[in-house]
Design a protein around this ligand. Structure first.
Ligand SMILES: [Zn+2]
Length: 342
């Protein structure tokens, strides 16, 4: 099969096309013929060399996939060749306590498509059959959904317990994950305050359905949150910036509120007002990705038309290096979809 690989860590230029052996399914696995994949921020982090986690080289990136089942393993009875599926991007060992209780992303042996194992920047990809979820609809949309929708769903719903009437603050929400997170929060009846540093990107927050858009290069986010919530603050804050925002998240938080953290694009925290932390009864909860059953629940939101990826760029997978350049120059909003054209 053809695939986009990298053999050493580095800039976008390390990505190139290569011929790899076709993956074959183990008894409990399926092989998918990839139709569409998309770009996630973690792709660039893995390409550069993810701190503390080694990948086998050459490596195939790609955590999102929509495609058609090409081959099923001998033990797989619930799926058939030719069926359209997405893959839930994370699975565990399948038999520890975490896995048996549906929390596969907490498994000690958690494994993510395109990270710990070869991903979807390829014509074919294989995965355990239990993470292949039948899906119908736009291949382009389905191929741009999995990782961002799963992460947003888990952060807001499973961890954050978002509910009707709550106020949710999402920092830096114009990317693929942020724009989906806004929609998930809206689907659960929350009011959403979304921030961006760029006036040109505000339109995408409007399109995602944000109730209040704060341009943090011109306005103070905490004051706007307090004004918007009549001095109460945000019940839930989604924070993947952390370094420059966590202390502000705490300041903008309502008493008894929750801050959910799943990344720290803004680097480590320099200061935190611990006084405020306990006086507000704040909860700061860490999480990453999500489990196959959360993927299934999240996909239901898409089936019902409540969330959809906002795709603003379309490229062929053969242009993956260029796609990475576009993401890293910082002008991208929403999702960049890649169609397999190798
Ligand atoms: Zn496990």
């Amino acid at each position: 099969m053809r695939a986009v690989v990298f053999e050493r860590h580095g800039g976008p230029e390390v990505l190139h096309e290569a011929e790899l052996p076709d993956p074959r399914p183990a008894p409990d696995e399926v092989v998918i013929r990839v139709s569409h994949t998309s770009l996630n921020r973690i792709d660039a982090l893995i390409r550069k060399g993810y701190p503390g986690i080694k990948v086998r080289l050459p490596h195939v990136l790609g955590s999102d996939v929509f495609g058609v089942i090409e081959e099923v393993g001998n033990n797989v009875t619930h799926l058939r060749e030719g069926q359209g599926v997405i893959l839930s991007p994370v699975h565990g060992c399948g038999h520890c306590n975490y896995c048996l209780s549906g929390r596969e992303n907490m498994c000690r042996l958690w494994s993510m498509l395109g990270f710990h194992e070869d991903g979807s920047y390829a014509e074919l990809v294989k995965a355990p059959a239990r993470v292949a979820l039948p899906a119908s609809g736009s291949p382009e949309e389905l191929g741009a959904l999995p990782l961002s929708l799963l992460t947003a769903y888990r952060a807001l719903v499973s961890v954050g317990n978002v509910s009707r009437g709550q106020d949710v603050l999402i920092w830096g929400a114009t990317g693929g994950l942020g724009t989906i997170a806004v929609q998930v929060a809206k689907a659960y009846g929350a009011r959403v305050i979304a921030t961006t540093r760029s006036e040109e990107k505000e339109w995408v927050l409007k399109q995602a359905g944000a109730d209040l858009i704060v341009n943090t290069s011109e306005e103070d986010a905490v004051s706007r949150v307090m004004e918007f919530t009549d001095g109460k603050g945000a019940d839930l804050v989604i924070d993947y910036v952390v370094g420059t925002t966590l202390d502000r998240s705490l300041e903008a938080l309502a008493g008894g509120g929750t801050i959910v953290v799943f990344g720290y694009l803004g680097g480590p925290v320099k200061e935190l007002n611990w006084n405020r932390f306990y006086l507000k009864h704040a909860r700061v909860v860490g999480t990453h990705t999500g489990s196959p059953w959360e993927m299934e629940r999240a996909l239901e939101l898409h089936r019902q038309g409540l969330v959809r990826p906002i795709i603003t760029r379309r490229m062929g997978l053969s242009q993956a290096a260029e796609a990475h350049r576009v993401m890293e120059e910082g002008s991208l909003v929403g999702k960049l979809s890649m169609k397999v054209d190798l």
